[in-house]
Write a protein that binds this ligand. Structure first.
Ligand code: SAM
Length: 223
């Protein structure tokens, strides 16, 4: 059955709370900081496990907020086609020059605020890693992802534990408002509004009990 049309998005053409319009060239340096590397190691182990469980070689994947391509190559190698979308042209310029011609031949690059984009082909899985951090209207953003996914959505977001709060405070220096999420808040919204999607949420990143973890790694799969 055809899904009813999404209501028009209430987002501006460019996301105002996105630091990467101006700071794309510093992103890789930030990823190389020892503390970020160690958080990323924990996160990516959990994210790759989700890719392994969910992605199929025939899939078309929409990767929202592809950034400089930290996860994109892995997605291209697991799926048949990847639409790599980012709101920042500078990020897209970096990723375009990073992938091989063969990889790029199975990809499409899109410069757009995520919710302003309507894919012209069917998308099996929507992925957004490290993007909900910057999204004020997270419910509308997730609704858009779920509307466009035929089978699954894989995403991450900061926890509301100690690390999430530190991340939030540090980002204020960049003039950015990082959102933090309680597990309950995500589960309640998803169970109430999308009961047909099975939701699994795992804690990742800095994973000590005292820290509350740094990141939720979430999967939504159509039952
Ligand atoms: C923290 S980076 C993550 C990049 C990559 N996914 C990774 O894990 O390394 C967040 C990315 O999301 C993009 N972004 C943020 N808000 C967005 C929005 N509303 N629509 C599209 N892209 C967005 C930013 O430009 C940036 O490239």
């Amino acid at each position: 059955m055809k899904k009813p049309a999404m209501p028009p998005p209430n987002f501006p053409e460019h996301s105002a709370n996105n630091p990467y319009h101006k700071t794309a060239q510093y992103y890789e340096r930030k990823l190389n900081l020892p503390v970020i590397r160690s958080i990323r190691r924990g996160e990516s182990a959990s994210i790759y496990r989700c890719f392994e469980e969910i992605l199929r070689p025939t899939d078309t994947v929409l990767e929202i907020g592809c950034g400089t391509g930290y996860y994109t190559r892995d997605l291209v190698n697991r799926a048949s086609h990847v639409i790599a979308l980012d709101d920042s042209e500078s990020m897209l310029n970096i990723i375009r020059n990073r992938l091989t011609a063969e990889e790029v031949s199975r990809m499409q690059f899109v410069r757009s605020e995520a919710t302003q984009f309507t894919p012209t082909e069917a998308v099996d899985v929507v992925v957004h890693i490290g993007v909900l951090d910057y999204v004020p209207d997270w419910k509308a953003f997730l609704a858009h992802s779920l509307f466009n996914a035929r089978r699954a959505v894989i995403f991450t977001c900061p926890t509301d534990g100690l690390c999430g709060h530190m991340f939030h405070l540090l980002s204020k220096w960049e003039g950015v408002n990082i959102q933090r999420y309680a597990r309950r808040q995500l589960e309640d919204f998803l169970h109430e509004s999308y009961p047909e999607w099975r939701c699994e949420i795992r804690r990742a990143g800095i994973n000590g009990g005292w820290s509350g973890g740094s990141t939720w790694v979430c999967t939504l799969q159509l039952r």
